[in-house]
Design a binder for this molecule. Structure first.
Ligand code: NAI
Length: 329
């Protein structure tokens, strides 16, 4: 059985190769992104394994169907880049890894908050140059501040625990509240108005697209901190840029995801001219940190992703129940 990996990186091979050996599967690693134009490269495989920025639109899925691809393995949790209806139309099951290490992402989100609040990224750059001046690096105690968590699923819950560990006052919004959590659920408006720090942990859907837009930003406290480790389109970048231009309005922003990340992230673009002016502008702000969608990137998470992805392949190849299949509601 052959699995064609798109958008493959050396760290994928490290985890998948020995496990594929154990299962008796042959991995075919391709560095290309999956798009309608590259889908033909899947023809030597039985299954396709894709990642967060691969394009699984109807056009791509139709191409995969031409080559008799029997299933799509998403080696990630989010699936906003997959046209599930098209997959059902072409009878190609799609499986994902719903939860591998929620702590990895939540710890990273808190890391972004701490870093941007205390300007650790700036301090690091200064001290490397023996500039020991601390002007402009003043942050805020986070103890006692209010954390607003949007989305209280696996990662949101891990984040709530972390925030409580910092003695923060935690409030949350989720249209499907989990009453077993010791947490005060509030409506979005209240969350926007009363939080000192907002962390996004909901999926990207039609309802959540641009959940942080001009209107939301206008309600937020002066000096608000915002961290997004979920999906770029949860934040309207134009609105964020506008807000960042008013001194003091935004305390800091940590973005592990960006709405136009798909052609940029995971690639070394350091020798190229960056045409994305919004991204370039974001990077100029002293109170903004960008990372390249690496919230999940720990040993534990990578190992869990590889194991669960190949378990999904095993279920497909052996006609077992597909517990991680994504279906249209
Ligand atoms: P989950 O499915 O366990 O939780 C999502 C929560 O969001 C659920 O409780 C759901 O009720 C809630 N939700 C749905 N619609 C909402 C809305 N309109 N407003 C507020 N909340 C809403 O998902 P999990 O594992 O916690 O992951 C969350 C997101 O994190 C994923 O969808 C993915 O986009 C992102 N992610 C990012 C990673 C990274 O490396 N940066 C890695 C893994 C996931």
């Amino acid at each position: 059985m052959k699995i064609v990996f798109f958008s493959s990186k050396p760290y994928d091979e490290i985890w998948f190769t020995p496990l594929c050996d154990d299962y008796g599967y042959t991995p075919i690693y391709l560095t290309s992104k999956l798009t309608p134009d590259t889908a033909a490269l899947s023809q030597k495989g039985d299954l396709v394994c894709a990642f967060v920025n691969d394009d699984l639109s109807e056009e791509t899925v139709a191409e995969l169907a031409k080559y008799n691809i029997q299933g799509i393995l998403m080696r990630c949790a989010g699936f906003n880049n997959v046209d599930i209806r098209a997959c059902q139309k072409y009878n190609i099951p799609v499986l994902r890894v719903p939860g591998y290490s929620p702590q990895a992402v939540a710890e990273f989100a808190m890391g972004l908050y701490l870093c941007v609040n205390r300007r650790i990224h700036k301090a690091y750059a200064r001290t490397r140059d023996f500039n020991m001046n601390i002007n402009g690096l003043m942050g805020r105690d986070i103890h006692g501040c209010t954390a607003g968590i949007i989305g209280t699923g696996k990662i949101g819950q891990a984040m709530i625990k972390i925030c409580k560990g910092f003695d923060m006052n935690v409030i949350a919004y989720d249209p499907y509240p989990n009453n077993s959590l010791d947490i005060k659920y509030v409506d979005l408006d209240y969350l926007f108005r009363t939080s000192d720090f907002i962390s996004l942990h909901c999926p990207l859907t039609n309802e959540t697209k641009y959940i942080i837009d001009e209107a939301a930003l206008s309600k937020m406290r002066k000096g608000i901190f915002i961290v997004n480790t979920s999906r770029g389109q949860l934040i309207k970048t134009d609105a964020l840029l506008e807000a960042l231009l008013t001194p003091g309005r935004i305390g800091g922003v940590g973005l592990d995801v960006y709405e136009e990340e798909s052609d940029l992230y995971y690639e070394d673009k350091s020798s190229e001219i960056i045409e994305d002016e919004k991204l370039a502008r974001l990077i100029t702000f002293p109170n903004v940190i960008l990372t390249s969608h690496q919230g999940y990137f720990t040993r534990e998470a990578m190992q869990a992703i590889a194991i669960e992805t190949l378990e999904n392949a095993y279920a497909l190849f052996n006609s077992l129940p597909l517990t991680n299949q994504i279906t249209v509601p």
